[in-house]
Structures are given as structure tokens and as C-alpha cells.
Design a protein around this ligand. Sequence first.
Ligand code: DAH
Length: 339
Amino acid sequence: MLDKIKQMLDEVNALQAANMEEAEALRIKYLSKKGEITALMADFRNVPAELKKEVGMRINELKNLATERINQLKAAAACQETVADDIDLTRTPYPIHLGTRHPLTLVKNEIVDIFSRLGFTLAEGPEVEDDWHVYSSMNFADDHPARDMQDTFFVEAHPDIILRSHTSSVQARVMEKQQPPIRVICPGRVYRNEAVSARAHCFFHQVEGLYVDKNVSFKDLKQVLLLFAQEMFGPDTQIRLRPSFFPFTEPSAEMDVSCTICGGKGCSMCKGSGWLEILGCGMVDPAVLEANGIDSSVYSGYAFGMGIERIANLKYQVKDLRMFSENDVRFLEEFTAAN
Ligand code: DAH
């Protein structure tokens, strides 16, 4: 009996089945009511008492092995059949859920793209900056209120290291490394110590532009900004420049575009004025050129800076600034087809 079991163990170990039918035939051969292992178990009562323990163990071992082996063969056969029969490799896949670009990225890309077509190249600078690049080199007086803790985030224990509060710092980063002609467009995130509300946030995004060369005039600035406005908001868009003040430009101006909603007739968006403010600009103050190693008797330049959220709001009428950073996919998905 023990020899017979040993021989069957070898046999079972070597079992093979090409498909489900063959595997089932093996189950019937060994494990069904009339199967060989079942028969062996029926013979067990004829085993002499002193051998019963050993033979019992061996038979159980054989039965377990056979069950396991045949189940394995069945699983392999099932798997093969699925691959062969159930998978249609030509079928269109389930729709894959693609992510979308963030609306601010879309707007930033559009702005950068318009200026690249005008010959501006991309420049970037660090978000954690020093006072020199953010304020001093940009001609901010030592007691300028923007340097105040109310506006600026300071990096702990380093009064000189701050989070940049505008992208104008990238102007300094570019000028200190490069002599004119300079024509750069600098997008990036900026930080201000503001209470978060629908209309203000402690971080937002800007795009800075800088053009320095011989004989750059205010006319050049105005023409480039008009072109930008018409590319961004449509060919009928008009612009107007109002005198303003920034420490780093002289003269300085703020630019309005004709209202993107009513076209200038007056509506709730433009509060009846027909105009919407979109950016600050001006001729680079000679003191800024000098502070950054550029000879102001040879070169002149213009600069401008705008908020990306502001432009996005005008394009998409997003009422609450916080939506841009809350990452609610229902909001973000609205912009899939926008660009
Ligand atoms: N840095 C200014 C701000 O954050 C924006 C700005 C105004 C940038 C005028 C400029 C400029 O380059 O010429 O409000």
C-alpha cells in the first residue's frame, strides 16, 4: 500500500492539463467517487492496525496534493481561456480620465506665449528671496511701507530673507547677470501677508516683463501692451494708460482695458466705467538700471507687471480667488476645453 501511495504521489506531482476539460478529467480520475484515490481510501480498512497511522497520513497527503495540483491546473486553464476568448484586443479602451491644466497655468501659458511671439524669453527667479532683489535694487526707500511686516513674509530669524512680494525681483536677477539687450517675461508665485478672502490671498501669481536696450521709449511700451491686450482679450480691445507711481519706474502708469464683458458701455463688471485695470508699467527708473550694473546713460528700458489671477478673472469671471487654490476638481474641470 505504501508503495502504491508513493507511486501515485509521483504521478500526481507530474500531472499536466492543456485545458479545462483535461483538468476536470483528472479530477474524475483521482478524486471522484470512483476515483483512484477514493478507492485507495476505501482500502484503508484492510490495512493492518500497526500500519494504519503511517498509511493514513500518507493517504491524506496524497489526497491534499492531488486536490491542490488539480485546482492549480484548473486555475491555469481558466486563465488561459480568458486570455484566449474573453479579451477583445481590438476593443476601444474604457475612457481614461485625463487631468486638466490648472486655469492659472492656462492663462500664464497664454501670456508667456503672446510675449514670446514678440521676442521675449522666459526668465525665472527664486520665491525665497533676499531684501536686495525684492526691494533695495528695485529702488524702494528703506522706510517704504511695502517692506513692512504687514506686507512681507520674513523667513524666521533672517530679517534679510523674505518671500518675494512681487516678480519685479526677477528683473534684478536678470540684469545682474546680463547686459542689454534684455527682453524677458517672468511668471511666478508671489506672497503677501494678507488675510485670505474672496478678493485677496496670501499667495498669488504675477508675470513681469522687462525690456532694456538702446533707445527704448514709452511708445514701444504702449505698442507692446496694446498688442498684448488685443491678443489676450480680442482684436477690438482698447487700452488706456493712467499716470501712477512705482518706485522702480519713472514715469509709471497703470493700464486699463476696455471692459471684457460690455466692451466699454458700462456694466457691473467694470462698475459702469467701461474700463478694467490690468497692470502696472513704466520706464525703468535709471536708478534701478544703475543698481543692477547697467549704464543708464547708454540704455533705457520699460517694465510691466500683472496679476495672473486678475487676468484669469477677467477671462473666466471667477468670483472667489480662493477657488484657484482649493483644488476642487469640479471647478478645475471646467477649464478642460478653454484652451
Ligand atoms: N511689482 C508691481 C506690483 O507687484 C507691479 C508692477 C508695476 C511691475 C509696474 C512692473 C511695473 O514691472 O513697471 O504691484
